[in-house]
Design a protein around this ligand. Structure first.
Ligand SMILES: Cc1cc2nc3c(=O)[nH]c(=O)nc-3n(C[C@H](O)[C@H](O)[C@H](O)COP(=O)(O)OP(=O)(O)OC[C@H]3O[C@@H](n4cnc5c(N)ncnc54)[C@H](O)[C@@H]3O)c2cc1C
Length: 371
């Protein structure tokens, strides 16, 4: 066997997992395969304050670009909902510096080789890179939204592919406000944003055409466009000798597309399970299942509820969104002010504070949304 553990991907999930395993499993041969020598800008880096649980306090101060106390949602007809709190409820990270800080502790474990294929077997996993072939005892697929590891599990009928949205943005003039647009012309199935000089959107349909239209309306000239997929779904994340973590497992909030905190949490649950599995000398699916139970107990129902709410939102027209703003503005602002600091990563659960009667009335008036 070449390695005890191979991690594919040194993004948020892979770096966090590598750091934890190198601390806990001394003497085990651990490798991380990464295709990119330098991190690329792939997301907006907005995270809840839970980030402080994962990064040492002194370091995190240097990685925060802005502390966020207010975001404004805009309806198609220009009405607003102000999501506001006296304390910051989220941080915008210096994203490239954050990626470097995550990678620094595992730099010695990284082999800069692109993985071409993965074979899952009951006695070992075979990882083929552009340079070589490696036999490994346990494989952790932290290889992002287009995960090769997940594809190998799909081919064996173990899991399914998530739905992939396309996120795309450009950087314009630095602005102080965070504006989020719920408007079907900008994004038919998700939202568009303009904050701190970053203008972008996510959608499953013709992202570039929608982005061009949105940028024109925001009076922003597109410079370089950054684009990456956003995976959505509730997937099985374990097999014999194999786990999926982070975007590879679609551990992403369906209401915001945010996946950094869920990736960090899932990597921690994976490290616990892997440590146990080495102490038992067992790498079968029945042993690795504990990982999936842990992350589903934490944020599985948030993903499930978020997917349901998204399915409703996808069917809405701009007229219905305008109506939603009229009806629920006060309730949403009140609930957010009360819950945001504690529950920024659990927004659909926090939404249970909105009066049920009002929701029922809105749904009965708009029966197409229930179909
Ligand atoms: C436009 C956009 C905006 C976003 N905004 C936010 C936000 O504000 N807040 C937030 O929390 N989340 C946001 N996200 C989501 C966030 O980027 C991801 O959830 C998070 O980065 C997932 O981390 P990961 O480690 O699982 O995957 P990744 O960060 O994608 O890391 C995967 C790593 O695997 C490597 N890799 C892949 N395939 C191979 C291979 N075959 N061989 C070797 N290496 C390989 C890649 O190079 C990469 O380094 C956004 C996403 C997008 C697209």
């Amino acid at each position: 066997m070449d390695y005890d553990i191979a991690i594919i991907g040194a993004g948020v999930a892979g770096s966090q997992l590598g750091t934890l395993l190198s601390e806990r499993l001394k003497g085990k041969r651990i490798v991380i395969f990464e295709q990119l020598e330098k991190p690329i800008l792939k997301d907006s880096g907005i995270v809840s304050r839970d980030i402080e649980k994962f990064i040492k306090t002194k370091k995190i101060k240097k990685l925060i670009r802005k502390k966020i106390k207010k975001m404004t949602l805009f309806s198609p007809n220009g009405k607003t909902i102000n999501l506001e709190n006296k304390e910051p409820f989220a941080y915008a990270l210096r994203r490239i510096e954050f990626a470097r800080a995550m990678k620094r502790p595992v730099e010695d474990m990284i082999k800069y080789e692109r993985v071409l294929s993965v074979k899952l077997r009951s006695d070992c996993c075979l990882v083929t890179t552009e340079q070589d072939k490696y036999f490994v005892r346990l494989l952790a697929g932290c290889d992002g939204a287009n995960s090769l590891t997940r594809r190998a599990m799909v081919e064996k009928g173990i899991t399914k592919q998530p739905k992939l949205l396309h996120g795309a943005f450009t950087q314009g003039k630095e602005t102080r406000k965070i504006k989020v647009y719920l408007n079907k012309f900008y994004s038919p199935d998700f939202f568009a944003w303009n904050f701190f000089g970053e203008c972008g959107l996510a959608t499953a349909h013709r992202p570039r055409a929608h982005l061009d239209y949105f940028l024109k309306r925001q009076d922003v000239k597109p410079k370089r466009i950054f684009a990456s997929p956003i995976p959505l779904g509730l997937l099985k994340s374990f097999a014999d000798r194999c786990l999926l973590i982070g975007d590879a497992a679609a551990q992403v909030k369906p209401l915001t597309g945010g996946g950094i905190i869920y990736s960090l949490k899932a990597a921690t649950y994976a490290a616990n399970t892997i440590e146990k599995s080495f102490s038992l000398g067992r790498f079968d699916a029945a042993t690795l299942k504990a990982y999936e139970k842990a992350w589903r107990d934490d944020f599985g129902s948030e993903i499930k509820n978020g997917l349901r709410l998204r399915a409703i939102y996808r069917k809405m027209t701009n007229k219905q969104i305008n109506e939603l703003f009229e009806l629920f503005k006060d309730d949403v602002e009140k609930v957010f002010a009360k819950e945001a600091v504690k529950r920024y990563d659990y927004l659909s659960a926090a939404a249970s504070g909105i009066p049920k009667k009002k929701i029922t009335k809105f749904m009965l008036k708009n029966l197409n949304l229930l179909a």
